[in-house]
Design a protein around this ligand. Structure first.
Ligand code: ADP
Ligand code: MG
Length: 250
């Protein structure tokens, strides 16, 4: 069973066709990188996967089932801008990720459950090099540290699908190597399927197991909204194997 199946998917906003006729099968454990011109619908595609947008036509299936109408803990997302709470410490920001996910199922974290959650948070902080900074506030962290924490916030709920929208785009180029190492480590540890938008072609080759290029096949200069983008290249990338995810309940 594919992690994600896209069948003849269209997305329109009023008269504007954003995505047209997308067809894809994405295996569990794949690291899909997405490149394409600004405004061609890449973020829209992630929002469809997240479930906050619906296809106008066609099908989008996760594990063979329609995407649930609301985001859930099985899908995490990281944006270019940090999603941290300034008045909470590093550890508290991380625990909040669990509480958000748990609120529907578990309620807030108290007592023994909170201790278990804190232990889990500490392990994750250790693996991304933030343990020593666990009692600091976001404003006391560098941009790279803040983005590592944002990623950890999405990963702590052990999502099966992680959506990354230009996560390193706002960072100093000098630290991208560290960020790449961390995202690859988390991908390996959590056995997630990742979709990552990037404007950096080199990054898309370095990180991905598969590269999707979004572009318009047809273009009418008289009616720029008439045609949408689709996947014009779908390249398996050599040198990196899809993780053996197996039965994906992990
Ligand atoms: N909620 C919305 N309502 C109307 N138009 C939208 C909405 N979201 C995105 N769009 C339009 O869809 C197009 C694709 O946007 P987006 O997916 O953000 O592109 P990208 O991420 O590739 O830069 C843009 O023209 C944008 O203005
Ligand atoms: Mg975008």
């Amino acid at each position: 069973m594919a992690a994600v199946t896209v069948k003849r998917l269209w997305k329109e906003y009023g008269p504007q066709v954003v995505l047209e006729n997308l067809n894809l099968e994405i295996a569990h454990g794949e690291f899909v990188t997405i490149v394409g011109a600004s405004g061609c619908g890449k973020t829209t595609f992630l929002r469809l996967l997240l479930g906050v947008e619906k296809p106008t036509r066609g099908e989008l299936l996760l594990d063979g089932k329609p995407v649930p109408a609301e985001p859930g803990p099985e899908r995490g997302i990281v944006f270019q801008r940090y999603s941290l709470f300034p008045h909470l410490t590093v550890t508290e920001n991380l625990l909040l990720g669990l509480e958000f996910a748990g609120s529907r199922f578990l309620g807030r974290l108290f007592g023994a459950r909170r201790r278990v959650a804190t232990e889990k948070a500490n392990q994750l902080l250790d693996s991304i090099g933030l343990y020593a900074a666990r009692d600091k506030y976001p404003s006391q962290l560098s941009g790279g540290m803040q983005q590592r924490l944002s990623i950890a916030q999405s990963v702590i709920c052990e999502p099966r699908i992680l959506l990354l929208d230009e996560p390193f785009g706002a960072l100093d180029p000098g630290i991208t190597a560290d960020m790449h190492e961390i995202i690859l480590r988390l991908w390996a540890l959590n056995r997630m399927t990742i979709f990552m938008i990037t404007h950096d072609l080199k990054e898309s080759f370095q990180l991905g197991t598969r590269l999707l290029v979004f572009d318009k096949r047809r273009h009418d200069p008289q009616a720029p909204e008439a045609y949408g983008a689709t996947v014009t290249y779908d390249l398996p990338l050599k040198g990196r194997d899809i993780l053996p995810v197996g039965q994906a309940s992990a």
